[in-house]
Design a protein around this ligand. Structure first.
Ligand SMILES: Cc1ncc(COP(=O)(O)O)c(C=O)c1O
Length: 516
């Protein structure tokens, strides 16, 4: 553990000795240059190695995170992204380092957190680490009091490595391996979800002090990525599962659900919160001690007015979906549902939590890709490429330095199909209208491929964009959620490099970007 993290752990969080005794593997040093997020220490910032930091307030914790990780302040999102991008281009030319570059803006996340606290003050967010297991992001959220949803030992270790206490983690994978359960038990993790009897047997054997949340099966037909075929107990099973907790001497503290990721029907939250109330009544009817917690899962959109989502969102089956509901719409529905089904007069001590992932991650990352090579598709060629060029519209194949095996795995796993924009359009055009961009496009189209030798590695086909030269870049914003979390180096193609900024800006209000 670096002296930086140790100082914070000692002064503000759990006793360090406990970290060492209960979770030895969480003692990995937090060294930005070696972090999971592929961050590159900037030459000009000396990483902290010496004196213990004098930390008194949350604000100074944040500045400590920033110093340690080389996060650069910026007066606005776009200006900060531009500066980092330009510095990277200069560096990349000099060093022959032609990786793609992510600029990640922690300021966007700060403002999303403020927006959450203003809009849903009674619901504590537990950031879903799977969305972007980025150590700097997690440290920054931890310093600001956010809690965490982890799905595995590795995610737990990542969160603990920032000094956050185990009480701030919900182990929200309804089916956990025995090894992970034993690790969690040893590390002091108590809150966890389950949805079946076999899981209860494992928990009783390996983590008997657990505080359990029964994951219910809600109607998840109003989301891009439903999870109901995999997780969630149907309501009919609740008496049996609750009774089994009692038989095994396990403590059931509440219920959870997930309406599916990318929710576009806010009423699904109302139905699901009603389901939770029914489960509370079931627990009371079979004589369980009163339940005290409702976990409303994830599903919240991540759009902000600062970025322009140029993407097509679909379901896993490929059907295009309606625009997602705004965060404010969902929050309105959640607040009303709690008032209706859990009035504070009857549930004065109810603890409400959520597991937002995309909400924090989506607008956090902007990705720039470089054209490594290109090929003109002749109008009269026998090329087997779909959509040949014409005299009016030139068509190119572009070969880029990141693709579906890397950050764009979101095409496969998140039903999210980002669209490129030329760098000057990206920096000049702050409009939220996708149509405007398409209408203004010059008569040229590009089919963009990733760097591997696989033809499946295709980002977008016949996309209107001005003609690009080798060495030029294109931009993709809103690339922070479910992108590099699952990226690989297949074919030896290197992952995108990451630079961090923390920009200033207004806290977003209701926003309906084209897609999210
Ligand atoms: C258990 C659980 N919680 C939270 C999330 C985060 O969902 P979202 O990114 O839609 O907020 C997920 C996503 O897969 C999940 O599986």
């Amino acid at each position: 553990m670096s002296r930086f993290v140790r100082a914070i752990a000692k002064k503000t969080m759990r006793p360090l000795s406990r970290t060492i005794v209960t979770a030895p593997s969480a003692r990995r040093s937090w060294i930005p240059g070696q972090s999971h997020s592929n961050a590159v220490p900037r030459k000009e910032s000396s990483l902290r190695s010496g004196s213990e930091l004098n930390i008194a307030t949350a604000a100074s914790h944040l500045s400590a995170v920033d110093q340690e990780a080389g996060v650069v302040p910026a007066v606005s999102h776009k200006s900060g992204v531009k500066r980092e991008f330009e510095q990277w281009v200069a560096f990349s030319e000099k060093e022959f380092d032609e990786r793609a570059i992510f600029v990640k803006d922690l300021g966007v996340v700060d403002r999303q957190l403020q927006r959450w606290r203003r809009t849903l003050p009674d619901v504590t967010p537990f950031y879903a680490v799977k969305c972007s297991p980025d150590q700097v992001l997690i440290a920054s959220l931890a310093m600001q009091g956010t809690n965490f949803d982890c799905a595995s030992r590795k995610e737990i270790e990542l969160v603990l490595s920032t000094g956050a206490q185990p009480e701030r983690i919900v182990f929200a994978n309804p089916v956990k391996s025995v090894g992970d359960l034993r690790f969690a038990s040893r590390a002091g993790i108590r809150m966890m979800t389950f949805d079946n009897e076999e899981e209860l047997d494992k928990i009783a054997a390996h983590c008997p002090k657990a505080k359990l949340l029964l994951r219910l099966l809600p109607d998840d037909t109003g989301s891009r990525l439903p999870f109901g075929t995999k997780f969630g107990a149907s309501f009919e099973l609740t008496p049996r599962l609750m009774g089994r907790c009692t038989e095994l001497g396990l403590q059931l503290i509440g219920v959870s659900f997930h309406v599916g990721s990318g929710c576009y029907d806010a009423t699904k939250f109302t139905d699901a919160i009603k389901l939770c109330r029914d489960a509370f009544d079931t627990a009371a009817s079979i004589g369980l001690p009163p339940l005290t917690m409702v976990d409303i899962g994830g599903g919240f959109p991540g759009s902000t007015s600062e970025t322009t989502t140029r993407a097509i969102a679909s379901t896993v089956t490929g059907v295009e979906t309606p625009d997602e509901a705004s965060f404010e719409e969902l929050a309105h529905e959640v607040r009303n549902a709690f008032d209706r089904f859990f009035p504070s007069s009857d549930f004065p001590d109810l603890r409400r939590i959520a597991e937002p992932g995309r909400y924090f991650g989506h607008a956090f990352g902007t990705l720039f890709l470089r054209v490594q090579g290109r090929r003109l598709v002749e109008s009269n060629s026998d090329d087997s490429v779909e959509g040949k060029g014409t005299d009016e519209c030139k068509r190119f194949l572009y070969y880029m330095n990141d693709g579906v095996y890397g950050s764009f795995n979101c095409k496969l796993y998140d039903a999210y199909h980002p669209l490129p924009v030329s760098v000057e359009d990206y920096f000049n055009n702050c409009s939220n209208e996708l149509d405007e961009l398409v209408t203004d496009a010059p008569p040229s189209e590009g089919t963009f491929f990733g760097p591997t030798c696989d033809s499946l590695d295709k980002l977008v086909e016949n996309h209107p964009i001005r003609e690009l030269q080798v060495g030029e870049y294109v931009a993709f914003d809103d690339m922070g959620a479910y992108t590099n979390a699952a990226a690989t180096e297949f074919n030896g193609c290197r992952l995108a490099v990451t630079r961090y900024i923390r920009s200033l800006g207004p806290v977003p209000t209701a926003n309906h970007s084209k897609h999210n």
